[in-house]
Design a binder for this molecule. Structure first.
Ligand SMILES: *[C@@H]1O[C@H](CO)[C@@H](O)[C@H](O)[C@H]1NC(C)=O
Ligand SMILES: *[C@@H]1O[C@H](CO)[C@@H](O)[C@H](O)[C@H]1NC(C)=O
Ligand SMILES: *[C@@H]1O[C@H](CO)[C@@H](O)[C@H](O)[C@H]1NC(C)=O
Length: 399
């Protein structure tokens, strides 16, 4: 009677049989050969892919994410492949941006807020700003970019703070270039942690301490960024911005930003997207189209590279409710306690779009799920309002 072979012996015998016996000996039924192949296959597989604990995602049938370092941990997955092949310049740009985002913020002993004034000449509200800054020395720095004529300063906080300036034309890229010049100069001071862009018609609507804490105790930049499907929004987009800037990423927003140091550095580092806007978002383009880089470059750029890092509203109030080409400008007779209080306590920001329905999108000013007042500054104010504003804003019990 034939002796039952143990499994290993059985396999060994048949492996030898398959491998070395001459053809004439292959008289055994075919099923044995098939069985031997299956067993052989599993032995090889078991050798290459050793058994793992059931919790492991690594198995012979699902080798994705397997690790072979024996520690049981899986390889960190590489970033997902983009739907569109990025150009070399885009890949290089993303590397720089992501590294900057990774290593910031860097804390300094006494962080400062940089106030960047973009003005044609003298600043009519220097007296008001002086009152605002007084007593807070060491917590702020002032920079003035005067594009037309040398300003005459009346406040000691502004004397000697003019930076090298170039002419600025409304709506042209020279506006963005002036903003970059201001950022670059302010970045030279390592204590500047937050950067606020202001115009000659801007005023503060809250006390210094409130502004300082509001800006420095949040981790975001207040860069306005929204979708406007109408002619003054997406209607300004041209396909020459492709491939880097797609229409779905195009945004509009107020020019008056406030930004964190990391975002100011990223703005300095960017030449790829800036150049795109410089060439393809300008007034009097072909087809009588007008695009204004100061309203689209930063809102689009930050929506693309760090959407979670921006609040999507500007901390500078402006009244577009009249829906004219320029926003409402406040005169002396408009200035009342009620108006200033109303502006200071608004907690929803409206976005007026240019589509056929003239949609107004109202979003609560919310960070981390908690609502807050939206505005720290306001525009546009005629110089004649200053005396009334000084009287009102010195009532520190309200502001
Ligand atoms: C939201 O909360 C986190 C954790 O508490 C904090 O680190 C972050 O700065 C907050 N974001 C803002 C915008 O304040
Ligand atoms: C700003 O908008 C972008 C894009 O819609 C969004 O991803 C981001 O979370 C928003 N930021 C905040 C702070 O809500
Ligand atoms: C100062 O603020 C209080 C309320 O906080 C208000 O009642 C008062 O009228 C204000 N004074 C002036 C001069 O506006």
């Amino acid at each position: 009677m034939k002796k039952e072979l143990a499994w290993p012996q059985f396999i060994k015998n048949h492996l030898i049989m398959v491998g070395s016996r001459p053809r004439s000996h292959l008289k055994r039924p075919n099923w044995i050969i098939v069985l031997v192949f299956i067993v052989f296959f599993f032995l090889v597989a078991a050798y290459i892919y050793p058994l793992r604990s059931p919790s492991s995602t690594c198995s012979f049938f699902n080798s994705q994410g397997c690790s072979f370092d024996g520690s049981g941990s899986t390889y960190s997955q590489p970033p997902p492949v983009q739907a569109r092949q990025l150009t070399d310049a885009e890949v290089e740009s993303r590397v720089v941006i992501n590294e900057i985002l990774k290593y910031y913020p860097v804390q300094t002993k006494v962080p400062k807020v940089a106030f960047l004034f973009l003005t044609p000449g003298s600043i009519p509200f220097e007296k008001l700003w002086h009152m605002f800054f007084q007593g807070h020395e060491g917590k702020f720095t002032v920079y003035v970019h005067a594009s037309k004529e040398k300003p005459v300063h009346v406040s000691s906080y502004f004397v000697g703070r003019d930076i090298h300036s170039e002419p600025v034309t409304w709506g042209k890229v020279s506006m963005v270039e002036a903003e970059r010049r201001l950022l670059a100069n302010a970045l030279l001071d390592p204590d500047n942690q937050h950067f606020v862009l202001l115009s000659d018609s801007c005023i503060p609507v809250r006390r210094f301490d409130f502004v300082y804490n509001y800006l420095l105790l949040t981790s975001v930049s207040f860069i306005d960024s929204y979708v406007d499907l109408g002619p003054h929004g997406n209607g300004r987009y041209v396909e020459r911005m492709l491939p880097e800037v797609e229409k779905k990423d195009f945004r509009k927003g107020s020019q008056w930003f406030s930004m964190k140091r990391q975002h100011a550095i990223i703005t300095m580092a960017d030449s790829l997207y800036f150049t795109k806007f410089k060439h393809h978002c300008r007034p009097n383009m072909e087809g009588n189209r007008n695009c204004y880089s100061d309203e689209h470059y930063l809102p689009t750029f930050f929506n693309m590279v760090d959407p979670g890092g921006i609040a999507n509203w500007s901390v500078t109030y402006v009244d577009w409710s009249e829906r004219k080409w320029h926003p409402r400008s406040f005169r002396a007779h408009d200035i009342t306690y009620q108006l200033m209080k109303k502006i200071a306590y608004i907690d929803e920001s409206p976005h007026y779009t240019s589509d056929a329905k003239k949609t107004v999108v109202i979003t609560p000013c919310e960070l981390n799920g908690s609502k807050r007042s939206c505005y720290l500054f306001a525009r546009k104010f005629y110089p004649e309002t200053q005396d009334k504003l000084i009287k009102l804003l010195s009532n520190s019990t309200t502001f």
